[in-house]
Design a protein around this ligand. Sequence first.
Ligand code: NAD
Length: 387
Amino acid sequence: MPPLSRRLFIGKMGLGACGSLFTGINIVDANVSKKSPQLIPTKKLNIALCGLGNYAGMLAEGLASSQYCRLAGIVTGHPEKARQWQKDYSIETNSIYNYENFDSIQHNPSIDLVYVVLPNGMHKEFVIRAAKAGKHVITEKPMATSVKDCLEMIEACNKYNVQLAVGYRLHFEPYHLEIKRLGQEKVFGQVRFIEGSLGYKTYDTNLPPDSKFNRFAPSEWRLCKSKSGGGPLMDLGIYCIQSSRYVLGEEPISVTAQFGTINNSVRFAEVEESISWQLRFPSGAIANGTTSYGFNIDRFFASADDGFFELSPGLSYGPFQGKTSKGDLVFPTINQQATQLDEIGKLILQNKPLPKHITGEEGIKDIRIIEAIYKSASTGKAIQIFQ
Ligand code: NAD
């Protein structure tokens, strides 16, 4: 077995020493920022958030501490929300749009990129409209609700010569960079088995409907198939699929899957409450995944020929905890959204192409796998994927 790397070893020594080992510049570690001089951008990338729900709020927080990006515009269907956001974030009146007049953003030189944070079923429309307006685009995950829609989005961004990224927040996260390295560099030998699971308990029928433990109102778009494309698999399971793919550095060749029990048939009339799957990879590795809106789970585990590595919590907003058969993994806790935005913003500002693993080409692979998982769960058959 190759020796554990310096990065893993230093990880055990504490936070202060390990920042300089990352290419990321946004690690939240006062010692690091004092020691390593950083490239200060002369211009920030001006971003308009399209859809001002919960996650847009987290992105706005990330933008507030971003070095390369700033919140410059908003797109919302609610005038009162527009007024509040304008006040909170000092947004210029001529950079505030609604869903009807959004296309006129093409005449606004103060916006460089549109970040689509709408329900999944609306990603395609707004990515294509943003591309037509000549703006770069980030769309939230899942990229869209079908492979066909993903293809149209990629085609539009190519046609209008703009960059398209998918808002995966873990590609720049230190623990995830490390498990990717441990897997792909076979630090513990060939990975044979992965388990990646992410789920949240979203309801408790013993509590009043307005209890904070009943996260979804009956009108929640996540429970409506035409708006979400599916249940927790689209929303949360995608991170389990992603991590198994980048830790192995391979694409799955086949999948089997099973829907879980529906414990609340009123809420889950259109989308699954839970689902489990098994991906088979060319190396022979198997990745089991489970996702649910009915119970809490948040972990990643990889068993390799000469050891194991795991994160638990490991796929949510963190903070993460990591362990290997050789000791703990310790990395700084970062603002996932600020880091993701900065890494994307930095490249776009320099007119450099985004790495393929965060573009639409990556997004479409996950949707292809998700479609195969649903097909297998519905038919009871193994489905071939990337052959
Ligand atoms: P949300 O329900 O909090 O916000 C959705 C927003 O869309 C609201 O502002 C709503 O007013 C607006 N909207 C416009 N038209 C709508 C319609 N027809 N129906 C419903 N809402 C409509 O949802 P959210 O949690 O902010 O999720 C938005 C997107 O962000 C989703 O694609 C989701 O998958 C993604 N997301 C990603 C992460 C991540 O980890 N990267 C985390 C949470 C959400």
